[in-house]
Design a protein around this ligand. Sequence first.
Ligand SMILES: [Fe+2]
Ligand SMILES: [Fe+2]
Length: 309
Amino acid sequence: MEAREATGTQSRTERADFQATADPALMEDADRTADVKLLSYKELYLLWERQQWQTQELDFSRDREDWNERISPEERFQRMHGLSSFFIGEQKVAEELGPIMRAASTEDQRIFLCTQIADEARHVRFFERFYREVGVLESDGLSEMLEETSQHLNENFGRLFDEMLKKRTDRLSAEPEDTEALVEAVTLYHMVIEGMLALTGQHFIMDFNEREGTLPAFVEGFQNVARDEHRHVAFGSVFLRDKVREDERYKQSIQRILEEALPVADEVLSPPWAPEDDDDWELFGYSLADTRKFAGTCLMRRLKVIGLQ
Ligand SMILES: [Fe+2]
Ligand SMILES: [Fe+2]
């Protein structure tokens, strides 16, 4: 798997930084050994300082033309499914991260998670700006926009975020010292939602736009979002590896939540209009089997590094 950001316009330092995000999914070595170097919480913080970007710098004028003149109404509807999942997903994760941050056990972990809350807020604004500048939705305010776009989601999305994730973060708000709930929350948030769903969706959405030559400012911003997500997943990987090394029982917590979440996550990967049990069914030139294979390989590499395989 190639790092999508390691292309053309970036400087050598930026490319090296991207490779250095320490997300095990970007390391081929992780197929063979669990003993790969991960960045520490402090190093991940320093990387965050070097990887800042601004939503206000993106110029969406070409994207506006593409969306309204080059992309057909039917394709716009299909694209809205993927984009809406991201827009709403970013807003939900930004809000659920507070209890996880407060429950984390060390100052270095909490400081990194504070940077992640800022990132998730920026991701929400990035989508809001894209939707507004390109004219995807009519609504004025951010909450009205989120309301309008939520009609494009499937019910498994709600189960994953509003039931499974919220149950853990509510628990952590009441009992921040419940480390098993913390391990479950980080597995669900960093490994399943960000690692499997977000990074898989991003990979295919960016690939499709680059192939078609559409939405250049969106792609530029989304590459920055993906770079941030790899850094977040790198945090989740080092955090879970530390926990498993600290106490074997956390392995069971990780396995338990994965068993519960993976079937739901798998359903989230396919749009509501996809036929059931047809892995060859394609959307934008990729089959559901391609999507599942990509998500599965990334997850396996990360789990191996954490110490689960
Ligand atoms: Fe995000
Ligand atoms: Fe994230």
